[in-house]
Write a protein that binds this ligand. Structure first.
Ligand SMILES: *[C@@H]1O[C@H](CO)[C@@H](O)[C@H](O)[C@H]1NC(C)=O
Ligand SMILES: *[C@@H]1O[C@H](CO)[C@@H](O)[C@H](O)[C@H]1NC(C)=O
Length: 196
């Protein structure tokens, strides 16, 4: 399913001069695949210029606890995006935004990470974080990614963004925990632009 959203407030927040010069990019296509985003479980919204993408996940939840199969403890989702890059520019990503929800018993840990790479290259940039129980929250998490990995210049770039979470109760076998990625935000400020 795909819907259009309005991101006017983002565009009036202001860009660096370079960002303004590179505003002709667009996200031309997207696909989601992984244990956290099985077919039909992701709803995508883009803005009118296809420069922002919000992916709402309906099945991206990792669980641990007594009797819970180990296969439930780790979930991931690969987003494959094709992005048109304006002449004379290249981009990298600096962060990805996530709406999450989690509930972790004492000493139960959730470790989340994201990395991205271009189909044409083996280099990757990534970032991670973790939260340990006792903790329960609905939280927006920004995951910075580094080092910067750059697209080619001025041609369509296919980039894979892999988001994953692993929940562990090795420090408390009788404890339970759940971590849910509700939404991935790739917004104009997720991109860093540079001249070629
Ligand atoms: C968990 O996060 C803390 C900071 O919140 C960090 O110091 C620690 O290295 C992280 N642990 C792992 C295993 O990533
Ligand atoms: C493990 O989790 C259970 C359930 O929350 C809690 O009652 C217990 O105190 C925890 N044990 C340890 C060692 O943290």
């Amino acid at each position: 399913m795909s819907v259009k959203i309005s991101l006017v407030p983002i565009f009036i927040c202001g860009f660096l001069a370079l960002q303004a010069a590179a505003q002709d990019y667009s996200i031309k296509s997207y696909a989601f695949l992984g244990t956290g985003c099985p077919a039909g479980s992701t709803t995508v919204a883009t803005d009118a210029k296809n420069q922002a993408l919000l992916a709402r996940f309906n099945a991206f939840t990792a669980n641990v606890g007594p009797g819970v199969p180990i296969s439930h403890s780790r979930k991931n989702c690969d987003a494959t995006l094709t992005i048109s890059v304006p002449d004379g520019y290249k981009f990298s990503f600096n962060h990805f935004g996530y709406y999450t929800g989690y509930s972790l018993d004492k000493s139960v840990n959730a470790r989340y990470n994201t990395y991205y790479y271009f189909q044409s290259d083996i280099a990757e940039g990534g970032g991670n974080g973790n939260v340990t129980g006792l903790s329960s929250d609905l939280k927006y998490i920004s995951t910075p990614v580094s080092p910067p990995v750059w697209s080619d210049c001025g041609i369509d770039a296919t980039v894979i963004v892999d988001t994953a979470v692993r929940v562990s109760n090795t420090a408390n076998r009788s404890g339970s925990g759940t971590f849910n990625y509700q939404q991935l935000n790739i917004l104009p400020d997720s991109f860093t632009w540079a001249r070629c």
